[in-house]
Ligand binder design. Structure first.
Ligand SMILES: C[S@@+](CC[C@H](N)C(=O)[O-])C[C@H]1O[C@@H](n2cnc3c(N)ncnc32)[C@H](O)[C@@H]1O
Length: 244
């Protein structure tokens, strides 16, 4: 059944992610051939934030990006995510990293963030737009909470543009990813492995990269940049909230 409302999308994402946190960090690395960490670092490279400032990390999950932001920028970090179990695991990681004074994790939806306008100096979001019903409206909501002149950066999976690498990616996502997921993480990861490839393909059929960069501008970001990573398997985007 196609998911047609925001609430259906949210409960689909919660059902998908609720069983995953215990193995999420290790398997995200293994199943991306170690690319996830490199992509995250490249995204954070795009964030400029001085000490004493605050960054919002949306779809923060188990806080992997939030922890890197805290270590690399000296800023305070707030992570927001829909799935309570991902956040609970993230809070334990933040405490173990000795960063509880620098990172706060809170429950919330990207579509309706629980913060006033212009609350944050910078913002990141990772693997989010495929889970929302209206990416354009969600981008506008993300823009709402960033101060004018604030930097925003995102990381998403993508589809390799070259025919050859697209075929290799297709085989990987349709065959190896589900089997690798089953072998390393059991049934829940088989479900994720089977879901990801078709979901990524369908998302970019509906919202190609060119559409997405236009949507960033429409949402109120300037100097929008795009970088395909690992032959197109990953997509980093960045921009600056207009009016600074
Ligand atoms: C693939 S995980 C990524 C977690 C983290 N950003 C990382 O890179 O490790 C995607 C996260 O998006 C969250 N999510 C999905 N839809 C969301 C929404 N509408 N608002 C906030 N979080 C959402 C899920 O709960 C999940 O934790």
């Amino acid at each position: 059944m196609p998911l047609s409302t925001s609430a259906e999308r949210n409960s689909f994402a919660q059902d998908l992610f609720t069983p995953l946190p215990a193995r999420y960090d290790r398997l995200a690395e293994i199943l991306s051939f170690g690319q996830n960490g490199r992509w995250r670092r490249a995204m954070i490279d795009r964030i400029v934030c001085a000490p004493g400032k605050t960054v919002l990390d949306v779809a923060s999950g188990t806080a992997g990006v939030a922890i890197q932001l805290a270590r690399r920028t000296d800023a305070g970090v707030v992570g927001v995510d829909l799935t309570e179990q991902m956040l609970r695991h993230g809070k334990a990681k933040v405490a173990a990293a000795g960063l509880a004074g620098r990172i706060a994790l809170v429950a919330g939806r990207a579509e309706q963030l629980p913060f006033p306008d212009a609350s944050f100096d910078a913002l990141t979001f990772t693997y989010l737009l495929r889970y929302v019903d209206d990416p354009q409206a969600t981008l506008a909501e993300l823009a709402r909470v960033v101060k004018p002149g604030g930097r925003v950066a995102s990381l998403e999976f993508c589809v390799p543009p070259s025919r050859f690498w697209h075929s290799a990616w297709w085989l990987y996502t349709r065959l190896l990813l589900p089997l690798g997921g089953l072998a390393t993480g059991g049934r829940e990861w088989l479900v994720v492995g089977r879901f990801l490839g078709p979901n990524i393909s369908a998302h970019y059929r509906k919202y190609p990269v060119s559409w997405t960069s236009a949507a960033w501008r429409e949402a109120g970001f300037t100097d929008v940049g795009v970088e395909l990573m690992s032959l197109g398997g990953g997509l980093i985007m960045w921009g600056t909230k207009s009016g600074g």
